[in-house]
Design a protein around this ligand. Structure first.
Ligand code: LMR
Length: 331
């Protein structure tokens, strides 16, 4: 009798979902759903479930619900989670060379950045990750970062002196803030809002999308539009999980990822503008936030100061001169 009841429940589940999933793929990330990464992860979920005809059940966990920052890569290697898209800084212990993308003022614009990711430099970096036993799927964008503070408006590099800025775990970002005499403080993304609110840190750097969706602008007084550095991700998969998939499902993953990556670039472009406008609206309505636009000369002064850090990362174990010059020379 008991068996019969269970059988009936299983039949009902099967009837609603089509087929029972053979594989569960958990995708963990730290940002909100309404960000480029969050939206693309949802797109990927839907598309892979469609393509695999329900044989893969994709479960997306946003906002550090499952794993915080760096912890996710350890979990991925154990196959406790099957997918993640950490920002490049968070690969520091595994492939520090990915910090190439953290170097401030290295990329002329987002198109230049894409040419680097889609060309030999991007391929080389992906290979380095693959060699570490992690499947490197795709590069995803957030966008360029802005600087904010509650202590002092950031107009000249000297204004940053002595201020405490939250950074991701990154040697490059540490050097960047040291170059302007500031104090960088490493902190997981999930703790930035309370850190700013409680004054543990004075300021932070992040993209319009991350600032807006996590409300950092509501606990800051000044926001400077610097676009000084880029924030992006490498989408990765557990090797164990990948190998467990038959060839047809691997092909579905590849296809869903290709489509999600195209969408992701559109989401990133769109949200960067839209969410900046929402921050601007907040500033105008409340009068609690001052938005500072730099003149080209003022922006150049920041670039001159912080670009001096590049040679610190010429060593092969840091980033490597070849990769840095390869990126700078990508036409
Ligand atoms: C951060 O820690 O600021 C970012 O890496 C968060 C993210 O994933 O965009």
């Amino acid at each position: 009798m008991k068996k019969l009841v269970i059988g009936a429940v299983a039949a009902a589940v099967l009837a609603t979902s089509g087929v029972a999933a053979e594989y569960t793929l958990k995708f963990s990330h730290v940002v909100s759903d309404n960000t480029p990464k969050g939206k693309a992860a949802r797109f990927f979920e839907q598309r892979l479930e469609e393509l695999s005809k329900g044989r893969i059940d994709v479960q997306v966990y946003p906002s550090s619900q499952l794993y915080k920052d760096n912890a996710v890569l350890k979990a991925l290697r154990l196959n406790s989670v099957q997918m993640a898209a950490p920002s490049f800084s968070k690969f520091g212990k595994i492939v520090p060379q990915l910090a190439l993308f953290d170097l401030p003022f290295l990329f002329k614009d987002i198109d230049h950045l894409h040419r680097v990711q889609d060309g030999p430099v991007g391929e080389k970096l992906k290979e380095m990750v693959t060699k570490k036993g992690i499947v490197a799927l795709s590069f995803w964008d957030n966008h360029f970062k802005q600087l904010s503070s509650s202590k002092k408006a950031l107009i000249k590099p000297e204004d940053a002196k002595g201020q405490k800025f939250r950074i991701m775990s990154s040697k490059v970002l540490e050097a960047q803030f040291h170059a302007v005499g500031a104090n960088p403080q490493m902190m997981p993304f999930s703790e930035v809002y309370s850190g700013l609110q409680q004054g543990v840190i004075d300021g932070q750097e992040n993209t319009n999308s991350n600032i807006f969706t996590k409300k950092f602008h509501e606990v800051q007084k000044y926001l400077t539009v610097t676009n000084h550095g880029y924030l992006g991700y490498l989408v990765v998969m557990s090797k164990k999980f990948w190998k467990s998939l038959p060839a047809d499902l691997q092909a579905n993953v590849t296809q869903a990822m290709k489509e999600a990556t195209e969408k992701e670039r559109e989401y990133a472009d769109d949200l960067n503008t839209k969410q900046f406008n929402l921050i601007k609206e907040y500033a105008e309505k409340t009068g609690k936030l001052e938005i500072i636009n730099l003149t080209p000369e003022q922006r150049q002064a920041w670039a001159d100061k912080v670009s001096k850090i590049y040679p610190e990362f010429y060593g092969e174990r840091q980033i490597g001169k070849d990769l840095i010059e390869g990126a700078l020379n990508t036409k």
